[in-house]
Design a protein around this ligand. Structure first.
Ligand SMILES: *[C@@H]1O[C@H](CO)[C@@H](O)[C@H](O)[C@H]1NC(C)=O
Ligand SMILES: *[C@@H]1O[C@H](CO)[C@@H](O)[C@H](O)[C@H]1NC(C)=O
Length: 392
């Protein structure tokens, strides 16, 4: 038999379940209700910032929703810290201003700073940079260019299903962040577009990149100083310059790169496969504990390369050798085709030879014949099937 007290108790139970449900589902902030226009022409920067400010103040988990359509955004900075986890759910496309000068001097198009616990779901970024690249090729004076989306000093980031096309400079930059998962992203720019790195990671710890397609005019992934515990798997790279650790050692005082793994990935028609690159000048920088494993190369110009003699235009590093100490790099089960005769190039520093390098089960062909390899200033071991023959 229900008593009045029982009804009241039930009422409070139902109420608290409802409240719990609300706090779990969190609050929704639709950019259109803040005035954003999905017409690709009206500047929606302010409405996005208003939606951000509201979401950032929310005491419960907040979702910023970007409905279908094209939203014009100028250079914009989304600042934290925020009170709760923020999810940006995008069905729409963010488009850069058509005049590249509008972004070109700001270095960043979309910038997240000090934002912890952010989830980025879906969406497309269109940097519209074709005219910017043309300007750079023409030799006219052009602005330095903007990276499309950057996370600075942020922790606990999930980026899932983002597409970025035609960035001015790098598509996605992870700088000084901890605990980042990037999955199912596509970064696309033409082969001839300069400096359009797919994903650039630097000064960050615990970054995972999985299941992504990177087709760019520069590195698919570039790994800068201070990167630690980077894990990459199921990446399709190419066209582009491959996956590069470096360039390192530009600065005298520089943090190194350690504990990097790349597995189960495919390179197609890229300039490099896996590359480690350092400036030929003194530095404290280093590369240690790297595993490149289960990789397929399809018509790649330099499938495996260490180049410690990087000195563009012979400026600032003539007749010097690299101070970057490279050790503990394992190449395991890498097969496919090279677009050049010399598929394995180890050109290490005379003052700091590469140490503890390992080759195991390598099979790289050039024009249906075994490719060749070359070694300078390197020590290590090899095992298993080795085509080309190891020069270690
Ligand atoms: C190396 O990085 C992986 C993530 O890629 C991490 O799980 C592992 O603990 C790291 N190892 C060390 C020794 O830090
Ligand atoms: C570098 O070496 C070359 C050939 O050994 C020499 O001609 C040149 O003067 C050197 N440059 C510098 C800056 O030391």
């Amino acid at each position: 038999m229900a008593t009045p007290g029982g009804y009241i108790a039930n009422f409070f139970i139902i109420l608290s379940v409802l409240l719990m449900f609300l706090s779990l589902t969190g609050a929704d902030y639709n950019v259109v209700s803040y005035g954003a226009k999905p017409d690709g022409a009206t500047d929606s920067t302010k409405p996005f910032l208003k939606a951000w400010a509201a979401a950032c103040r929310s005491a419960k988990a907040a979702t910023i929703y970007v409905p279908k359509g094209r939203y014009l955004l100028k250079a914009v900075e989304f600042r934290g810290p925020c009170k709760s986890r923020i999810t940006v759910r995008m069905a729409g496309t963010l488009v850069a201003p058509s005049n590249y000068w509008a972004l070109g001097n700001s270095l960043h198009w979309i910038l997240f700073i000090h934002v912890d616990k952010i989830t980025f779901l879906g969406g497309t970024l269109d940097g519209r940079a074709a005219k910017f690249w043309a300007c750079r090729k023409s030799g006219h004076s052009c602005p330095p260019g903007a990276r499309s989306i950057t996370f600075n000093w942020a922790n606990d980031i999930l980026i899932n299903g983002l597409t970025s096309i035609n960035s001015q400079m790098a598509h996605l930059v992870i700088n000084s962040c901890n605990n980042v998962l990037v999955k199912n992203v596509k970064m696309i720019a033409p082969d001839h577009s300069p400096n359009t790195d797919g994903i650039h990671v630097q000064g960050s710890v615990g970054v995972t990149i999985m299941g992504s397609t990177l087709q760019t005019g520069d590195d698919c992934v570039s790994i800068g100083p201070g990167t630690k515990n980077l894990f990459m798997t199921n990446i399709k790279c190419g066209p582009g310059h491959g996956i590069s650790i470096g360039s390192l050692g530009r600065e005298q005082n520089e943090d190194g790169v350690q504990n990097v793994t790349l597995t189960n990935s495919i390179f197609s028609g890229s300039d490099n496969g896996v590359r480690i690159k350092s400036w030929a000048r003194p530095t404290t920088s280093f590369v240690r504990n790297v595993l490149f494993q289960n990789l397929v190369m399809k018509n790649v110009e330099n499938p495996i390369i260490i180049d410690q003699n990087y000195c563009p235009h012979s400026q600032g590093c003539p007749n010097q050798s690299s101070g970057v100490k490279i050790s503990g790099v394992i190449y395991k089960n890498i097969r496919g085709t090279s677009a050049t005769q010399n598929a394995v190039i180890f050109d290490c520093s005379t003052s700091n030879p590469c140490r503890w390098i390992r080759l195991q089960d390598i099979s790289l062909m050039y024009m249906n014949k075994p490719a060749s390899s070359s070694c300078n200033n390197i020590g290590g071991t090899s095992a298993g099937v080795l085509v080309p023959k190891s020069c270690l």
